[in-house]
Design a protein around this ligand. Sequence first.
Ligand code: ZN
Length: 261
Amino acid sequence: MLLDKFHNRYIVKGTIVAETPIHIGAGNESIDPVETDNAVIKDKDGKPYIPGSSLKGALRSWLETFLRGSGSKLVGEKKPCLIVDKPCIDPSDKEIKKWLEEIKEKYEGKDDADRFVAEEIYRKLCPICRVFGSHYFASKITINDCRLKDEKTYIETRDRVAIDRDTGTASQGKKYDFEQVAAGTKFDFYMTADNLDEENEKILKIIIKVLESGNFTVGGKTSIGLGRIKLCDAKVYRIDQNSLESYLFNGLSEEMGWQYV
Ligand SMILES: [Zn+2]
């Protein structure tokens, strides 16, 4: 299912709880020795948040790893690609370029030619690219930035002993510090997914399940236990052509609730 007309929309709402402290870096490492070396990302009001793009990126790479391994039989026939290293349709690949020219020729001059070409490309994509997007298609899912649920913010500064890069041991007297958002901090979670078919739906279910498991990590320093988050109080809705009017005029209702277990 492509995105050119409305078929359905899924909305996932809930609360993300930091099970362990989170460090999502602001990407502006300071050289001022008095300042914290590694600040967490904050919004314009100085409040930390989880960027939707970080969460989506982390989910994509987790799915790539998981579905290429033990979960490979769960979703479709095609093996998920590694979008960064080797996309399933690589625009720089000679064979792919030839194939694209061939399908364009095949439909040239026909009504709806663009749509037929798009459908052929979509069929060739792996199950993850179909949902998360590729060089050829927009993503079917969006995740909003997860903003703080409470007014209070809990940012801690943590000292670490610097490791000597040459010897691999703690270098004497050297320390660096970084900020982390405290465990227990709560964020709003809001995600949408459009025009999912049965195969795409499975991926959405896996996403919700792994977020609910409390074993999913975001951000940096996960090797020292940081970044574990858990989705709580999740509510999932499905809007289709029959409920679209009601959704547009009155918003979400219980009847739109979708069972994802
Ligand atoms: Zn792919």
